[in-house]
Design a protein around this ligand. Sequence first.
Ligand SMILES: Cc1ncc(COP(=O)(O)O)c(C=O)c1O
Length: 451
Amino acid sequence: VEENGTSRDLLLTLDRTSGLRAGIESALRDAVRSRRLRVGAVLPSTRALAADLGVARRTVLAAYQQLAAEGYLDCRQGAAVRVAWQPPEPPAAPASTTWEPRWDLRPGRPDVSTFPRTAWIAALRRALAGAPSKAFEIADMRGQETLREALAEYLRRVRAVVAEPANLMVCAGFTQVLFLVCQVMKERGATTFAVEDPSTPRYRDVVESAGLTPVAIPCDERGLRVDLLARTTAAAVLTTPAHQYPTGVTMAAERRQALVRWAREADAYVLEDDYDGEFRYERHPIGALQALDPARVVYAGTASKTLVPGLRLGWAVPPPALLPAMLTWKERQDRGNSVADQLAFAELVTSGEFDRHVRRARLAYRSRLDRLRTAFPRVTGIAAGMQAVLPLAEPEPAVLARARRAGLALQGLSAYTFEPRDPALIIGFGTPPAHAYGPALDALAAVLSGR
Ligand SMILES: Cc1ncc(COP(=O)(O)O)c(C=O)c1O
């Protein structure tokens, strides 16, 4: 056999007890029978496999010829040796029973169809072409310096965060920031971590996974009930001050002041989840809470709403007292985010493309919000972001069941609460894509009218 399929690697574990040739034949037969090698797969050349196994080439040749005779392999003169047979397909897995809604108005997601692919590709190309080789090493757990510089400038400018490249760290989304803060609190002896009621159950789960007990602090129409924090032993509180998730309330000025006062007095920390700070629709934007006391507030932001969640890009500006320990946990957990993504994002921000994209997205979400408000004038929590509260006149389960029958995915407020509240829907107006948004609102109107 003379083959062209030269230098492909193949891992074979040889049982040499009944001879080398028999060992090779049996290992190859097993690989084909177990479907590890499928029909058409190219095998290494006899020369390469002989060298890998440390056996004579003629031994491999004889094994290949034997398996060709048995119908397992196809050994043709001058061509690569390929697998010629495979066992019949295993029975198909039962059809997936997951429900595929026709429209989705659940909260938490941006319109991923607007991801600026062209700008991202251009930014990636420019960034990779210009990056020094050193950028591809694992060096600084805070992340790429170019991105930290770009983000510090951006956060000071857009969110009035007190940020310097030296005290900013790049993370895998907000989720990782929360995880790191929890680990550090646990290490410092904390047992409880305060969260808002209502809030995202996923984050309670992260808190619990770090061995801390989440303590629910209610939110009212002025935001987090900061006065109740003093009754807890919480070492930190997770809050969404600019636009409470999911109720959409903006934390009142005196509560913001009281919150940092509590942190100082209790030697505790505030984790500020600024998940949708860029999408403010009112005249007077609210700056980051962190600026009130950068020694007590961990500022956290994410690209999950402004770009797409799948990038897993977020950032934290922790107090100097917490940064080193958070970096230690970052190193333990993943040793840093993808360099290519960090460089591309830095380029997107410094070139001004990111601001342009956010401005376009803000206009688009604003117009979606206007349509939602026109169709459902009772929505609240709409100062920012891409979710709104729609009060219901009947229990949530009845509405959710009718919606499901109509192919419409909805989320009730009760999915987020610790204590019962009046029935309501949390409408996410970031999805579906533009062409399906009108029909989705029509479907919602039909469901609410009992049709
Ligand atoms: C309240 C809240 N915070 C933060 C995030 C972003 O999380 P991440 O950055 O881990 O994707 C989301 C949604 O994705 C959210 O709903």
